[in-house]
Design a protein around this ligand. Structure first.
Ligand SMILES: Cc1cc2nc3c(=O)[nH]c(=O)nc-3n(C[C@H](O)[C@H](O)[C@H](O)COP(=O)(O)O)c2cc1C
Ligand code: SF4
Length: 432
């Protein structure tokens, strides 16, 4: 399958980030078409029919999410664009905001109009200095052309967009933690329900969408829901930006119709380093189960990857060749989740720390066979009993690495003369 560039069609064009170039390349046509000619409810229907699913990881229907927002015109409503982008291996939103920021602004205008939001926010990862600069400039340019502000295109609809730098934490990308952070609070997740569509920012109805999701809306409005449905697979419509990193020759972003095979995406990334072979990859960022060479022909869709016990997530493929040491990989990933755990609930705060300590002990040659069972138990507890999905995402990369590459973990354990474990062994810090 060949690459199909829709969102990335103009990404390499000179000065695409400037409003004049964006317009010259067909930009801001979708909002002219929609406001005020398409009624907000009809726009929601178009997005529902297109089959667009959120690109932030969970793959929830975008049109349905918009449809949950109460219609009461007296209620203030908000749109929040999630550009926190801190999932390991993920770097598509950065490309979109740096190279084509007006595509996002146009998508946000359409989404805000559809749900009746008069104020929208872009919560952008704080370390994206260039992206923040370009977004702020793009918002000012859009205001100067009256694409933002009062009474857009002579209608009674008005909109303002505010660019807000993130708080420097992975958890701030979780939608309810993000809302807390936007309100000036610590970025810790909120209890759901109520869901943000009913009580979100400042307790008012709020839609939170990923950058890539919102960019898709521009093309759906321009080309129609049927055109969008014709790309990809029945339940996985449209294109997806795959980000490939790790031991490939040409890492980067590649846009394909959903349903492309893993092998085809890796080929687009130039294949493996010369003289090495594919060993494994995390297909959806780090918060999913590892795939192996047996999975190279899997189609990249939400359901196929879920059926395999993994996830499409953000379609960020972290590739490892035969030099990768899966014990070190598992340890490094769990260190990330330990550092990023917000500490609010015990299974995640303590569980991530315990697994790091046990894997550190194992890597140092002091592990026992029993450790592998205990790690699995801790991970299961994290998956089933934590407050938010961060911990549920921390378990699969480690549990699946142990399942698929048990021999590597056992090789480390065999360095320990007491590998069978002592029944009354005193286990103490720094090991457990
Ligand atoms: C720990 C954690 C981090 C997340 N980080 C992001 C992020 O950086 N960007 C994003 O769009 N979604 C992120 N999400 C998913 C959001 O909670 C939310 O589902 C998403 O923004 C919804 O947008 P969508 O419907 O367009 O996919 C994260 C979720 C979790 C649990
Ligand atoms: S699962 Fe982790 S990140 Fe989520 S609330 Fe609990 S401690 Fe915080």
């Amino acid at each position: 399958m060949a690459e199909k560039r829709v969102l990335l069609a103009n990404i390499d064009k000179e000065n695409q980030a400037q409003i004049d170039t964006y317009e010259a390349n067909g930009g801001y046509k979708a909002i002219r078409k929609a406001i005020p000619n398409i009624a907000p409810n009809d726009l929601i229907e178009i997005v529902k029919q297109s089959g667009l699913r959120g690109r932030g990881g969970a793959g929830f229907s975008t049109g349905m999410k918009w449809g949950f927002v109460p219609k009461d015109p007296s209620l203030p409503k908000y749109l929040v664009c999630n550009c926190d982008e801190s999932e390991p291996g993920t770097f598509k939103d950065r490309l979109l905001i740096e190279k084509d920021p007006h595509q996002l602004i146009e998508g946000m205008i359409l989404a805000s109009y559809a749900i009746g939001a008069k104020k929208a926010f872009i919560y952008c990862r704080g370390e994206y200095f260039e992206g923040l600069k370009r977004l702020r400039k793009a918002v000012e340019e859009a205001k100067s052309k009256k694409y933002l502000g009062h009474n857009l295109f002579g209608s009674d609809y008005s909109l303002d967009i505010i660019v807000h730098p993130g708080a420097g934490a992975y958890i701030a990308g979780e939608e309810t933690a993000l809302l807390n952070s936007l309100e000036g609070l610590r970025a810790t997740p909120r209890l759901k329900p109520p869901f943000p569509a009913v009580a979100g920012l400042y307790s008012k109805p709020t839609v939170i969408n990923n950058v890539e999701t919102l960019c898709n809306v521009v093309h759906i409005v321009n080309n129609g829901a049927e055109w969008y449905q014709s790309i990809g697979k029945p339940k996985n419509t449209g294109t997806k930006i795959f980000q490939v990193s790790g031991h490939v020759q040409k890492p980067g972003c590649f846009e394909f119709a959903l349903g492309v095979t893993l092998r085809e995406v890796l080929d687009a990334a130039g294949g493996m380093f010369p003289g090495t072979t594919f060993k494994a990859c995390y297909p959806g960022g780090s918060s999913c189960s590892v795939l192996t060479a047996r999975d190279l022909d899997i189609t990249m869709e939400f359901e196929t990857l879920a059926a395999r016990g993994s996830a499409l997530g953000t379609a960020s493929i972290i590739v490892m060749n035969d030099t990768a040491d899966m014990v070190k990989v598992a340890l490094r990933l769990m260190q990330f989740y330990q550092n990023e755990s917000c500490g609010k609930c015990t299974p995640c705060r303590e569980g991530t720390r315990w697994v790091v300590q046990m894997l550190t002990r194992l890597e140092a040659g002091h592990g026992t066979y029993r450790d592998l069972d205990v790690i699995e138990q801790i991970c299961k507890n994290m998956e089933e009993n934590s407050f938010c999905p961060l911990a549920a995402g921390a378990a699969p990369p480690v549990v699946s690495a142990i399942k698929e590459f048990k021999n590597e973990f056992e090789m480390y354990i065999q360095r320990n003369p007491n590998a069978q474990g002592h029944p009354k062994m005193k286990v103490s810090y720094p090991y457990l």
